[in-house]
Design a protein around this ligand. Structure first.
Ligand code: PXP
Length: 243
């Protein structure tokens, strides 16, 4: 089975900092601890309203951290300009609504094909690896392929929120979507809502090569420390993978 990378989303270190408006806690300091904690990448979402990560954070993450940066952005002209300037390792295109508390659903690639194709091409042209954050639906994956994205990230939110039989059904959707990614030649990532109690079945899906996890880890860090929280997640992922 291929290796499974852990991308640590540090947005909510910035949420905590912004609650007081100063410089502590510093999301870049968290990013610099990710490698020793066993993570392979940094993820940050520069939202239109800058509610957590700021432009300055993104600049510092790109220049001060040597792990690959996965910058989550909406498909807007403003974000394209920023990505062109910063040149992160990867950009994950996400839908964005100001009133939402977090990214509630996947991108409608089917409905946005005409807009997304040039957006993906523009990022690809400047050397950025593009992923599209999608619900685990075959038609969205097929559309992702058509617009030229090499990677998709499957939205695991519905799986995480479901219970009992409904959760088993959501897991099955993820399993099938990951298998379809293989058939289509799309690299498959996953994330949203994952924590210690629900990560293992997703980490065990062989086609998934990267998980992006944030909110749970930052919450757990309050109790056990950031490095310990990330280490535990890494261990659970390795155990599920049979590594
Ligand atoms: N992947 C994507 C595309 C996201 O938008 C988010 C949330 O910002 C995550 C992963 C991480 O989700 P969580 O913070 O719930 O672990």
């Amino acid at each position: 089975m291929s290796a499974l990378r852990l991308g640590v989303n540090i947005d909510h270190v910035a949420t905590l900092r912004n609650a007081r408006g100063g410089s502590h806690p510093d999301p870049v300091r968290a990013a610099l601890l990710v490698r020793e904690a066993g993570g392979q990448g940094i993820t940050a979402h520069l939202r239109e309203d800058r509610r957590h990560i700021t432009d300055r954070d993104v600049e510092r993450l790109a220049s001060e951290c040597d792990l690959p940066l996965n910058l989550e952005i909406a498909a807007t002209d403003e974000m394209l300009e920023i990505a062109r300037r910063i040149r992160p390792h990867a950009c994950c295109i996400v839908p964005e609504r100001r009133e939402e508390r977090t990214t509630e659903s996947g991108l409608d690639v089917v409905g946005g094909e005409a807009r997304l194709r040039p957006f993906v091409a523009a990022l690809t042209q400047c050397g950025v690896r593009v992923s599209l954050f999608v619900d685990p639906e075959p038609r969205q994956l097929e559309a992702a392929k058509r617009v030229g994205a090499p990677v998709v990230e499957l939205h695991t939110g519905s799986y995480c929120e479901a219970e009992g039989e409904a959760r088993a059904a959501e897991l099955e959707r993820l399993v099938r979507a990951a298998a379809l990614c293989r058939e289509l030649g799309l690299e498959c990532h996953a994330g949203h809502g994952l924590g210690y109690a629900n990560v293992a079945p997703v980490a065990a899906i062989p086609e998934i090569v990267e998980l992006n996890i944030g909110h749970y880890l930052i919450g757990e860090a309050v109790f056990v420390g950031f490095v310990e929280a990330v280490r535990t997640m890494r261990r659970l992922m390795d155990e599920a993978r049979g590594a």
